[in-house]
Design a protein around this ligand. Structure first.
Ligand SMILES: [Zn+2]
Length: 317
């Protein structure tokens, strides 16, 4: 039988409820590092930007084979198409989503068909321009990082590498493992960035052997990839500035057009065609626009004014 390109994505069984909400008392919900704990009731909205790694061993663990299945998110994914809009369930990755098939997020591991804007991770969380100093957290949109730094491995021996490949391999395609025996640590590289993102959450505060509760792994992003991709980043920055200039021109035209119409009350007086202001006509894709917006947010001083001339003063004209 010919293998379907999306055979790894099609979910034939409903996602299993990992944690029964009726068994969860208000004061015993899983520990959160985020700002809002609301997946129990509706959508998860973000938060978790402090990146703090809990000290204790995780109480829950995602079992991909048993737990994964279709959710409400799957109905929005067209067969054979690249998924750009449906994100993965962070709580599924951590092993305690209580929504099962009614979850709004995907309950499976990421594949190459899951391609998201560079400004967010596979869980839809916004990345930052820089890593945190300790390399925890969501990560940087400046770097494609597929390598995790795993520390706190309790015992290093001849079978450690195989154990790492087996445990981390549950959440993605592990392409390289480098064990550092003297540091009780290892570098684990994945084929895909989204798999590294998923595995980082799934294996945080877990152990190489699920039954070993005395081991609590700490997982950070590897630093070493930063220098490798710095040239690539410089090139991207130059291209972004060029693209931003084109967008500025287009947006100021749009702004002039808008004001003209408002002040006159006429339906159409201006020559400017509306199609000129569509994102595709700025020469920018939505990812880049989003990225530019994000880079403004991350810097104290805005380097690029995306909407020139638009301020509260304009309304008093
Ligand atoms: Zn979920």
């Amino acid at each position: 039988m010919a293998e379907s390109p999306r055979s790894d994505v099609i979910q034939r069984k409903p996602a299993r409820i990992q944690l029964n909400p009726s068994l969860v008392a208000e004061n015993s919900k899983p520990e959160q590092t985020g700002e809002v704990f609301n997946i129990w009731y509706s959508k998860w909205t973000g938060g978790e930007n402090n990146g703090k790694i809990p000290r204790s061993h995780s109480k829950h663990r995602c079992n991909v084979e048993l737990d994964s299945g279709y959710t409400k998110a799957d109905k929005y994914i067209e067969d054979g198409k690249i998924n750009r809009s449906q994100y993965f369930c962070l709580y599924f990755a951590r092993g305690y989503c209580c929504n099962g098939k009614s979850c709004q997020y995907l309950h499976r591991v990421p594949t190459q068909n899951d391609v998201f804007p560079t400004t967010v991770d596979c869980f839809g969380r916004e990345k930052f321009s820089d890593y945190r100093d300790d390399m925890t957290g969501i990560g940087s949109f400046e770097v494609v990082n597929k390598t995790l730094f795993v520390s706190n491995i309790s015992t290093i021996n001849s079978s450690t590498e195989a154990m790492i490949r087996s445990s981390f391999g549950e959440f993605g395609n592990v392409v390289n493992v480098k064990v550092l025996p003297n540091r009780n640590s290892a570098f684990v590289s994945f084929r895909l960035e989204n798999q590294a993102q998923f595995a980082k959450e799934a294996m945080q505060c877990q152990s190489l052997e699920a039954s070993n509760k005395s081991e609590t792994l700490h997982i950070r992003w590897s630093k070493s990839v930063q220098s490798q991709s710095s040239l690539e980043n410089q090139e991207t920055k130059v291209l972004s500035i060029e693209a931003a200039k084109r967008m500025l021109d287009s947006l100021s035209q749009h702004q002039a057009n808008k004001r003209f119409k408002t002040n006159n009350g006429e339906v159409k007086v201006n020559e400017v065609n509306n199609s000129q202001v569509l994102p595709e006509n700025t020469g920018l894709d939505m990812e880049t626009i989003s990225k530019l917006g994000q880079s403004r947010k991350n810097e104290n001083q805005p380097t690029i004014n995306l909407i020139p001339g638009y301020s509260s003063d304009d309304d008093s004209e």
